[in-house]
Design a protein. Structure first.
Length: 364
């Protein structure tokens, strides 16, 4: 996307979207170009990073305004070469790395990843950590007051191996609150500095920036390496020295935060079943919103039965007849003139449409 104006305190970032895979499980189809909810999959992802200074899509060029398109060399050579091609155009201190087939990811999800990554910046103003000898017998300290959550983030950071919530967590966490952020390094308490996970034990120099990034995890706790935020300078250095072809091998040592987010922003469309599930999710959302607008109880709508009706009418009569039939049914039900088996009768009529037409035409 074209450079955007950043809000005060908002971290500057570029976005790299990988949208050039082979889609073997989709029969080689143009996966990022498949549509969900009236937009292509890659357009959903581009919209989620609308606040990026620059959005770079690694894949075939498409009619999406404000996006920079590049290709890895050779094309379809894998995610690591694709990331390398995209990173060549990244100048912001942070880079959001996403797959091009994430229909449920939104801008708030990206913001949460950025918040999780940027709040583990090295704290140069904090007092030095105690030496090992002092740490063995630390002087008594009064209990620390619970830290307030950062804006837009209700999850807490916990150290590796922590069992249970950190002190001060509310018992009644809202259903849409973030799940806990897990730091992979000892001593990375909330608001503190996270040590490097790349094998470099020294503290980074100020110009080196943060020590790691944030990766999203799915509902099973598995890392989604094509849904994360990374410090640009460290990622470029790691990539230059990395001989492998695995994103996990490249990004794993750079990970400081693993983050679970509400909804299913990690859901990708690898198969036709995945694509159908994404489309049905859009249908569910539309049904709920339409019912709200019309003052209808969603529980009173037999969606699957109506879909069966419109399918039979579209196939047996004509496509434009399907929405018209659904509208006529609604009018009849609103007027109280529709019989209890109105849908069944209409389905039967559609299935026998050829015979019904012949009889009507011969009668005239």
């Amino acid at each position: 996307m074209a450079p955007s104006s950043e809000s005060p305190g908002e971290p500057a970032f570029d976005a790299v979207i990988l949208a050039g895979g082979e889609a073997r499980r989709l029969g080689g189809a143009d996966k990022p170009g498949l549509t969900v909810g009236g937009r292509s999959l890659v357009e959903h992802v581009v919209t989620a990073v609308a606040d990026a200074r620059t959005t770079i899509v690694v894949g075939p060029e498409r009619p999406i305004p404000g996006v920079v398109f590049v290709r890895e060399d050779p094309p379809r050579s894998g995610p690591v070469p694709a990331l390398s091609a995209g990173l060549n155009g990244v100048t912001a201190p942070w880079v959001v790395l996403l797959a091009g087939d994430l229909p449920f990811i939104t801008a708030p999800h990206v913001t949460s990843l950025l918040n999780a990554a940027t709040t583990q910046l090295p704290d140069t103003t904090a007092a030095p950590a105690p030496s090992p000898s002092k740490a063995e017998n630390p002087p008594p300290q009064p209990p620390a007051a619970p830290a307030r959550p950062t804006p837009g983030e209700t999850a807490r950071s916990v150290s590796r191996g922590a069992a249970g919530p950190t002190p001060g967590d509310a018992a009644g966490t809202p259903a849409n609150a973030l799940r806990p952020i897990t730091r992979d390094v000892a001593g990375a308490a909330a608001g503190g500095a996270a040590a490097s996970t790349s094998g470099d034990a020294r503290e980074p120099a100020p110009e080196e920036g943060p020590v790691g990034g944030a990766v999203m995890v799915d509902d099973g706790g598995r890392e989604q390496w094509l849904a994360g935020v990374w410090p640009t300078a460290r990622l470029k250095r790691a990539l230059a020295a990395y001989p492998g072809r695995s994103l996990k091998g490249l990004l794993g040592p750079l990970t400081a935060v693993r983050l679970a987010l509400p909804g299913r922003p990690w859901f990708d469309c690898d198969t036709m079943d995945d694509l159908e599930e994404a489309r049905m999710n859009v249908l569910n959302e539309w049904t709920a919103l339409a019912c709200e607008e019309l003052g209808i109880d969603p529980a009173a709508v037999d969606r699957d039965l109506i879909l069966d009706l419109t399918k039979e009418v579209a196939h047996g009569v004509a496509r434009p007849a399907a929405p018209l039939t659904a509208y006529l049914l609604g009018l009849a039900q609103g007027a109280g003139t529709a019989p209890d088996d109105a849908v069944a009768k209409l389905i039967t009529l559609a299935k026998n449409w050829g015979q019904a037409t012949a009889e009507t035409l011969t009668d005239s």
